[in-house]
Design a protein around this ligand. Structure first.
Ligand SMILES: [Zn+2]
Length: 253
């Protein structure tokens, strides 16, 4: 049965079951294509126009095609893990064709969000991820360090951080100075950053060359215009090389 909101728990449980069966190795020790094969899914490269990955299900076997134009290993791995998520979670559907936006968007389709959560759990299983965070402070440099250790994308790593850190983190995705979506762990019931114009005077609107390292106060930035009294927040942003996008980490103090 489909819920009208993403089923995070079943997505995470499905990935956990796979690691449990494999004895919880560090994900960097496991070839992702081998892991997919272990689940009856073959991974191949292909020419996909306008899509990053495609899952086809036939006679109990799956084929994942990954766009051969993907150059970054982290993005390639996330695509495989995302399609494997559809394989494990959405067994009543035989084909998925997923775009780059499907893998970054945590606001539209529940099926895509669930596949993203599965992928994050598979690539960054809690046992190893928590050890890697080990009470470190929130920052973009921690994000990069983790994305490198687990060989995955910054966006999925940021969401994982927001879920696992004991701090109140909100991840905000901005495109062309517009807030497209924000994410905080449902467990904490934090304030929402609403879609709309990115706040001026925030780290997200600074030119790339003026961005400072480390989480800091940007007193004039209004992240919660819907509130009379905004809570205190610190923030740091990273501008993505493509798509005129920016990823901002907010920490509500
Ligand atoms: Zn998808």
């Amino acid at each position: 049965m489909r819920l009208n909101k993403p089923n995070y728990i079943s997505a995470q449980a499905a990935a956990f079951r796979i690691w449990k069966e494999l004895g919880h190795p560090h994900p960097s020790e496991v070839d992702l294509s081998d892991l997919a094969q272990f689940r009856d899914v073959t991974v191949a490269q292909g020419d996909l126009s306008g899509a990053e990955g495609r899952l086809t299900r036939m006679d109990g076997k799956g084929i994942i095609r990954v766009n051969r134009k993907i150059k970054r290993e982290g993005q390639r791995r996330f695509t495989i893990a995302h399609e494997l998520g559809h394989w494990e979670l959405h067994k009543d559907l035989n084909q998925f064709t997923c775009s780059e936006n499907d893998m970054k968007d945590y606001s539209r389709s529940n099926l895509e969000i669930e596949a993203n959560f599965f992928a994050a759990e598979l690539l960054m299983p809690p046992k190893h991820f928590r050890l890697a965070i080990n009470q470190k402070k929130t920052s973009i440099s921690l994000l990069k360090e983790l994305a490198q250790e687990f060989n995955t994308t910054l966006t999925s790593t940021a969401i994982r951080l927001a879920d696992d850190l004991k701090r109140n983190i909100i991840v905000v995705w901005i495109q062309n100075d517009q807030i497209k979506w924000s994410y905080s762990t449902p467990k904490k019931g934090l304030l929402r950053v609403l879609p709309g114009s990115a706040p001026i005077y925030s780290s997200s609107t600074l030119p790339r060359e003026e961005l400072l390292e480390g989480m800091d106060y940007y007193d004039q930035a209004k992240w919660f215009p819907q509130l009379h009294n905004s809570p205190e927040v610190i923030e740091e942003s990273i501008k993505m090389a493509n798509l005129n996008c920016c990823l901002t980490l907010l920490e509500v103090l």
